[in-house]
Design a protein around this ligand. Structure first.
Ligand code: MG
Length: 192
């Protein structure tokens, strides 16, 4: 494409980090919410659990990230997949996580995820405005739609909370991946 390696922007919560599981543990402890990851069928958590509001949602994510050693990878193969991809792509972390930036950096390091740059943005809505990113990987359907509209490619990792959106998404620049091996194959096949 003329300007060398393409840049891939990769989200943290729900794409690299399985933080929702720790969020659910905290939510059970503090609010008595009993649910599994597969029950999170909406991105809007206060709309799903009426005992919490928007601020509680953020506080629970903050608590989850305070103890980030408990947060697992979305897929144990991620570090080796990203090692492979780094030969051919620039890897940028693009997150609007409620975590502190230092917590995200420490978690990435502990999980042996290496990257070229990290953007910790105020809101998910800031993501598609990053000019340096060619391809975004995210679990938030709205982000992926904005990315496609802004002329870039969005790869959406399937999660229970974006399952509904998959059926209505119909854009040549949106691709849905069901796991990280699919993400790897898509990137190597389509953008090499
Ligand atoms: Mg996310």
């Amino acid at each position: 494409m003329g300007r060398g390696r393409k840049t891939v922007g990769i989200d943290v919560d729900g794409v690299l980090a399985d933080s929702i599981r720790i969020w659910l543990q905290e939510a059970e402890q503090r609010f008595g919410i009993k649910a599994d990851k597969e029950d999170i069928v909406k991105y809007d958590l206060p709309g799903l659990f009426n005992s919490i509001d928007y601020k509680d949602t953020i506080d629970l994510f903050r608590l989850a990230w305070k103890g980030h050693h408990r947060i697992g990878l979305e897929d144990p193969a991620i570090p080796s997949i990203l090692d492979n991809l780094r030969d051919r792509f620039r890897i940028c972390i693009t997150t609007a996580s409620d975590a502190e930036t230092s917590e995200v950096r420490a978690w990435l390091k502990n999980n042996r995820i290496f990257y070229d740059e990290l953007f910790h943005l105020p809101t998910p809505d800031d993501k598609h405005r990053l000019d340096s990113i060619d391809i975004y990987i995210d679990d938030h359907a709205e982000v992926i739609e904005n990315v496609a509209r802004s002329g870039r490619v969005g790869i959406m990792l399937r999660q229970p909370w974006n399952d509904d959106a998959i059926t209505t998404m119909n854009h040549p620049r949106i691709v849905v991946a069901y796991n990280w091996r699919e993400i790897e194959q898509l990137l190597l096949a389509r953008f090499d």
